[in-house]
Design a protein around this ligand. Structure first.
Ligand code: GLN
Length: 488
């Protein structure tokens, strides 16, 4: 028998249902493996007692003949989802040790589907970052080369899945935080259409962009998890779409014959590292073998997505983060003379540099006199970027491109250069601004043997199609099956 950690979510769920292994055995295996590889910095919190109690409950449901799709399958959550069973920090000192009185909807849904929680995963503070180095607690290390970053902000999620410390994890994606770490760590991750997944209990960064999604080794697993995660939540998230839950696995095996894949020169221009381009070309050639056609499309405002996102996201963040005032949640300064000083000291102590930078940018672009010049302009260009995608989807069914301009960089390489981090988001931001479903699929390896991800983008609500396109590639290639050496 292969090791339990080599099994996919789908394989584990089948074995559990057949009672070939118990949920407790599976949970124990992953807890031990997580502890053995603690130096990777993937987890911020684990609790054996809590996990094993959930596993025992899953075993009881299995024994009673229940067939919930994820019954007994372990999962770990990005520490941006609030949970009653574990602390919820968003990677910030501000929320160190914070306990939520409720579970986020995503966690509730996954528990309902039978998943067993292994713990909470490291991330950039309030999901702001591209390297996980903005975590207030510790960096997470890329299991393919521990001198490199795993990407961010869902860095801990990508590390945990790539190192097989969990079969799957949740992540959130505001401007690329599922896709980019998935790409850098050689795993699969999908951000659904904005509004598919409830944001209730997801600690807010930029509310018009934030969206939850699964990260796993295969598209098949992502489809299973996404089906459990999505669905309307009208009483708790007014932006959740009023659409019934869907089975996103339903067309995984559909043929790709005649599929029109849009390829934009705006995504394959001068900023893209040649080693990444070579890997992506090989993946595109595979699609042609599978019967797809490559169609040239244009996304002319790709470059503008950086200034637009880095105005809108900080604007929304500055508003969302005003709730951390030392009164309602988390940290409060120890000594202060009056209320104003309490606010100031609390926020100065609780937030890290990047968060403060974004609050200042956001407050500035929303202030009188600059609102029209920056925020309103950005909103208008956001609409044009979304329109460009609609033009493109008249010619093609899905769009393929890079996730990031390079493979994962070295720890520390860009940590003092916020602009360099922002620029590396160029290929993930457009789909986020347009609210489109998009994913990263392993597409081989580049410089230093580091993984390269192919980004796939579909029109709104086309997740099932997107996952089909990813799954067929994974049936024809073995890039997603490779494991970092030394982690067998
Ligand atoms: N890297 C982007 C940022 O720093 C995206 C983060 C995210 O998607 N949460 O804002």
């Amino acid at each position: 028998m292969s090791d339990l950690h080599d099994l996919t979510v789908a394989q584990l769920a089948t074995k559990l249902r057949a009672r070939e292994v118990s949920a407790v055995e599976v949970a124990q295996h992953f807890l031990a493996r997580g502890a053995r590889h603690d130096a990777l910095g993937a987890y911020l919190a684990t609790n054996e007692e809590v996990t094993l109690a959930q596993a025992r409950a899953a075993d009881a449901r299995l024994a009673a003949g229940e067939t919930a799709p994820l019954l007994g399958v372990p999962i770990a959550h990005k520490d941006i989802f609030v949970t009653t069973d574990f602390p919820s920090t968003a990677g910030s000192r501000m929320l160190e040790g914070y306990r939520s009185p409720f579970d986020s909807t995503i966690v509730t849904r996954l528990k309902g589907a039978g998943a067993v929680t292994l713990g909470k995963l490291n991330c950039d503070e309030f999901a702001m970052g591209s390297s996980n180095e903005n975590s207030a607690f510790k960096p997470a290390l890329n299991p393919w080369d521990t001198t490199r970053i795993p990407g961010g902000s869902s860095g801990g999620s990508a590390v945990a899945v790539a190192a097989r410390l969990t079969p799957a994890a949740t992540g959130t994606d505001t401007g690329g935080s599922i896709r980019q770490p998935a790409s850098f760590c050689g795993i699969t991750g999908i951000k659904p259409t904005y509004g598919r997944a409830s944001r209730y209990g997801m600690i807010a960064f930029a509310s018009s962009l934030d969206q939850a999604g699964p990260m796993a080794r295969t598209a098949e697993d992502c489809a299973l998890l996404l089906s459990a995660m999505c669905g309307p939540d009208p009483d708790r998230d007014s932006t959740s779409l009023d659409l019934p839950a869907e089975d996103f696995s339903r067309c995984l095996n559909d043929s790709l014959a005649g599929l029109r894949i849009g390829v934009s020169k705006d995504f394959f221009g001068k900023g893209l590292a040649p080693n990444v381009r070579t890997a992506l070309d090989a993946a595109l050639a595979q699609y042609v073998k599978l019967g797809a056609r490559l169609i040239e499309i244009s996304l002319p405002r790709t470059e503008l997505s950086i200034p637009v996102y880095y105005i809108i996201a900080p604007a929304e963040a500055s508003s969302n983060l005003s709730r951390f005032d030392g009164v309602k949640f988390g940290h409060r300064a120890g000594k202060y003379a009056d209320l104003t000083e309490m606010y100031k000291k609390t926020r100065a102590e609780g937030f890290g540099d990047e968060v403060k930078r974004r609050i200042m940018i956001g407050t500035y672009v929303l202030s009188h006199g600059y609102y029209d010049a920056y925020y309103l302009q950005a909103q208008k260009i956001r609409r044009l970027i979304a329109d460009d995608f609609q033009q493109a989807f008249k010619q093609c069914d899905v769009i393929a491109g890079p996730v990031a301009p390079s493979v994962a960089w070295k720890l520390g390489e860009k940590s003092n250069d916020p602009l360099a981090n922002y620029l590396s988001d160029i290929y993930t931001l457009p789909a986020s601004l347009a609210g489109l479903p998009c994913m990263s699929v392993p597409a081989g390896f580049g410089t230093g043997g580091m993984p390269v991800g192919l980004q796939l983008i579909a029109n709104h609500l086309q997740e099932a199609r997107l996952l089909n396109v990813a799954h067929r590639l994974q049936q024809a290639t073995d890039w997603h099956q490779k494991t970092p050496e030394g982690l067998r």
